[in-house]
Design a protein around this ligand. Structure first.
Ligand code: C6P
Length: 435
């Protein structure tokens, strides 16, 4: 995948500084043409309430390009059978495509080996898998697991459950008023008791991009392992797990333009090999007797039962799709959009942005004076604009800011400045209704 990765340090994410500098500047790539990108997403030409849809809810789940939809359908139509279980033609073809998709995800994350990639249902399952295997193995009474205030519930609850079961202690790194991690507090919380640090690469509620490279380095100096929740990063930026040196990295396909029910967990090979199984069942064993079962090497050990075959193959098509566009061009486009959206929203009377960290991805959480977020969401919906409202499965973030909910517009590579203009126009209706 030439030209896509930035290996120049621990923070491997590519949000370009300046649109002109990089959009289309990657060797041999056509310029990022948002109109032609949009044309690849059938859902983006829908009308709702008689108005063209503006989709600003990609952090919840992204729309799907035809190439991904076709890849999934093609599998079912042309080469579908169970994988790793058949000697017949279709099973061999499906297995080759399924394992091919694993290699594509390996390349996406720059993992050293395809064996380090476990297919999971999504980020939630990836985190639960690590908490219930590596976590159960290594966290003992009074050991500590570090998370941050800005984590999604999926990166809190599994660790809380682990701590309850083992006598471990959950510690929380606080965030400042802009929604940035307070790194001094993180360094102060690290100790020889820290066994796991679990941190989001990008916050779904605030958009903050965390300095995950520095977090990994500091955690490793205490012998702790680091899991990065990449659910909100992979759709937007290049991720290089080797440069980051993280121990685990997980993401969901559906937020990255892929199907629901498929995602991936990267784990360092030696860690995965040392971990017990997550679930028991077919294909994760090398032999079974009633006395004893021997387990297979990873990733099979962690993929009990028939996997989401077509979903995994479609996830492979996501990798091709992102690779064709190039993360540099995607990042430049989204950065331009984020600056535009930030300025436009800041100019809306009575609107306050929640999450103003210096390093941000395309998430704009906001409050409107005197109007409940749910009313904001409902009114803009009638104008054809889809946003999310609520606590975004990040209640501790809401508590930190002393609020119950925000309205959240989240951006993806297919959004345009016109989408932002439509949002701002729709917010004008909120003002009309609530005065
Ligand atoms: N956030 C949102 O609207 P799953 O549900 O397993 O695909 O992803 C869970 C998850 C984990 N971490 C982060 C940072 C996330 O943003 C999410 C999902 C969605 O923000 C749905 S709650």
């Amino acid at each position: 995948m030439p030209g896509r990765r930035n290996r120049s340090g621990g923070e491997v994410m590519t949000v370009a500084r300046n649109r002109e500098e990089t959009a289309g500047a990657e060797a041999g790539r056509p310029a990022f043409d948002v109109a032609s990108v949009r044309a690849q997403f059938p859902a983006l030409s829908l009308e709702v309430y008689g108005k063209p849809l503006v989709y600003l809810d990609s952090a919840a789940s992204a729309q799907k390009p035809s190439a991904v939809l076709d890849a999934e359908m093609r599998c079912y139509r042309e080469f579908y059978a169970n994988v790793h279980r058949g000697v017949h033609y279709l099973s061999i073809a499906a297995t080759a495509a399924y394992e091919g998709a694993r290699s594509k995800v390996q390349a996406l994350l720059n993992a050293p080996s395809a064996r380090d990639i476990v297919f999971v249902r999504g980020t939630t399952e990836g985190i639960n898998l690590v908490a219930s295997t590596y976590g159960r193995q290594h966290v003992r009474q009074d050991d500590e697991v570090l998370v941050t205030t800005m984590e999604h519930h999926s990166n809190i609850v599994p660790w809380q459950m682990l701590c309850e079961a083992t006598g471990g202690v959950l510690r929380v790194v606080p965030i400042d008023d802009d929604g940035a991690l307070i790194m001094d507090e993180f360094f102060a919380l690290l100790s020889d008791r820290t066994k796991i640090v679990a941190v989001g690469h990008v916050s779904n509620a605030l958009g903050t991009i965390n300095p995950v490279g520095s977090i990994v380095d500091a955690a490793h100096s205490y012998g702790a392992k680091v899991l990065i929740d990449g659910a909100q990063a992979v759709p937007h930026m290049a991720v290089d797990v080797q440069a980051l040196d993280c121990d685990f990295y997980t993401f969901s396909g559906h937020k990255a333009f892929g199907p629901t029910g498929i995602g991936a967990l990267y784990g360092k090979g030696e860690l995965l090999r040392s971990m017990p199984p997550y679930e028991g069942g077919g294909e994760m064993i090398s032999s079974v007797t009633f006395e004893k079962t021997e387990f297979r090497e990873p990733p099979a050990r962690f993929e009990a039962g028939t996997p989401n075959i077509a979903g995994a193959i479609a996830l492979g098509a996501v990798v091709d799709f992102l690779d064709d566009l190039g993360y540099e061009a995607i990042g430049a486009h989204e950065e331009d959009l984020l600056s535009y959206a930030t300025a436009m929203l800041e100019a809306v009377p009575g609107l306050t942005l929640v999450g103003t960290a210096e390093r941000k991805a395309g998430v704009l959480s906001f409050l409107i004076d005197g109007v409940h977020a749910h009313d904001v969401g409902t009114i803009v919906d009638r104008e054809g604009v889809a946003i999310r409202v609520g606590h975004h499965c990040a209640q501790p973030v809401m508590d930190r800011f002393g609020i119950a909910a925000t309205a959240r517009a989240s951006l993806a590579l297919y959004n345009t400045r016109e989408d932002i203009d439509r949002l701002v126009e729709a917010l004008g209706k909120v003002k009309e209704v609530f005065g």
